[in-house]
Design a protein around this ligand. Sequence first.
Ligand code: SF4
Length: 236
Amino acid sequence: MPSLRRAAKGAQPPQLPSPNRRQWFRRRLLEWYRRNGRDLPWRNTGDPYHILVSEVMLQQTQVDRVLPKYAEWLAKYPSLAALADAPVDDVTQTWRPLGYNIRPRRLHAIARESVERYGGELPSDEATLLSFKGIGEYTAGAVLSFAFGQRKAILDTNVARVLFRIFIGVGDPKSHGMKRHLWEVSRTVLPRRHVFDFNQALMDFGATHCSARKPKCGTCPMRASCASYPFEAATE
Ligand code: SF4
């Protein structure tokens, strides 16, 4: 099996997936998602603020811990204006026990900026979204594809792991160069239609099927063409 430590000196940079492999991957992933996708509340909304809250909460926290906090947060701060109005201490208190207290402060700062500059809305333009402190490339891609229906790629930890294992398999998945390459892979495999489902499927597949420690290679729909099959977690 391919070892992730086998990054050969002088190796060629990884290739992007061919058109055939892209098609194969999209079809398999969407089929898997139709059977196994989770019904999560942020998948039933197009509200950019709700999507933003879910994405920031999910950055460092498992779904089952996010679910009750997401409901509590939106009941208490139903809009960016309501969040901007709240004292920052109240906001960090509400966030507990999720941890990483920088996250509620960032959300609060984004809310204030949106009220001051954009009438309490999140802009649908990528460059403007990225100008907010606390909105990086991943969060912008998630808000634009999930809330505004734009054809934008995403790359969080789960997605990076899936794309690395299936399309690359060797090298250092955490290196800066590899991260840039994986962004390119994510853009390349993105279909023209069903972007919402495809991006949600990528995240779900990484969280529940091709997980960090116990990927389910034996029952995996990707195994016939996965560069890491059968994956052994000890080698990562
Ligand atoms: S075969 Fe294993 S490593 Fe490859 S995508 Fe499936 S679960 Fe992940």
